[in-house]
Design a protein around this ligand. Structure first.
Ligand SMILES: Cc1ncc(COP(=O)(O)O)c(C=O)c1O
Length: 276
């Protein structure tokens, strides 16, 4: 059963509980996390909680709970839900106060939901997905997992309307990341991914994949690369909590390699699944 939690109370997920003057609702003035649950266990929960605290502190919000308390709450909600393969979403906002840009002197709001995990069709993993390049018109602090996702939403919608799965943002001539994913390329057996700067979100899946690759003895380069480099890659894939590792079949209609998921992509995904 899907469950909601708002400011200390478990709630029916469909019940209206957010006051009109809640700042997440009015300004997107908050940050969030998504954690995948495999067989009732939250995956890489500590890394997600640490990123959550960092995102919140980057916009001067103090979490209303310690990370230990949050972890206990998340475990409790998963157990209450009885959902084995779930997705836990949580967010913190600057709180509830009459609409005004200035920070109010109120407690932050905390929302959490647990729902069955969304599933990517198996054939997307078997054949890879189509992607398109989009101009990165987001703000300058993409390392913060902010609630403000308007450019991501618009680019994703355009991509899907054009028959693709994901839009990949290009910034100043270099590949940044997907609308909700990080991007990897394999060229001559070397694994490349965009380095961590304020241009991209430090993906938890990205970090796990880099760790797996290094353990497997695959050479890894966290380096900037261009759209041309991506088009000429032997393999490419995107990563996120929701999709894990998803092979890219094409970019703007150009096949990557022969279009089929490559050997290194498949091996990394196998190891990733074993880790979950
Ligand atoms: C913009 C963006 N980049 C990358 C990712 C992947 O991050 P993670 O692997 O932590 O889910 C996400 C996840 O939603 C995202 O929104």
């Amino acid at each position: 059963m899907s469950i909601g939690f708002f400011n200390g109370e478990f709630i029916d997920i469909d019940k209206a509980v957010i006051p009109i003057d809640e700042r997440g609702h009015q300004f997107g003035d908050g940050v969030y996390e998504v954690v995948k649950v495999y067989n009732a266990k939250p995956f890489l929960i500590d890394a997600h909680l640490e990123r959550f605290e960092k995102s919140a502190s980057n916009i001067s919000i103090k979490l209303p709970y310690s990370l230990d308390e949050l972890k206990k709450l998340i475990l409790e909600v998963i157990e209450r839900s009885g959902i084995k393969d779930a997705e836990v979403y949580f967010q913190v906002t600057r709180g509830i106060a009459p609409r005004n840009h200035l920070f109010p002197n109120v407690e932050p709001s905390f929302t959490l939901t647990v729902k069955p995990a969304r599933k990517v069709p198996e054939q997307s993993y078997e054949h890879g997905v189509q992607t398109v390049i989009a101009e990165d018109d987001r703000w300058a602090k993409c390392h913060i997992k902010s609630l403000n996702l308007l450019p991501n939403i618009l680019a994703k919608q355009n991509a899907v309307e054009a028959g693709s799965f994901e839009a990949i943002f290009e910034k100043d001539g270099f590949i940044a990341e997907g609308t909700s994913s990080n991007v990897f390329v394999v060229k001559d057996k070397v694994l490349y991914t965009t380095p961590l700067t304020s241009n991209i979100l430090p993906g938890i899946t990205r970090a796990a994949v880099l760790q797996i690759a290094r353990e497997k003895g695959i050479e890894v380069k966290e380096e900037k690369f261009t759209k041309d480099f991506l088009l000429n890659a032997d393999e490419a894939f995107i990563t996120s909590t929701s999709v894990e590792l998803l092979p890219i079949r094409s970019v703007d209609g150009h096949l990557i390699g022969d279009g089929a998921p490559g050997a290194i992509t498949k091996a990394l995904h196998q190891s990733f699944k074993a880790m979950c």
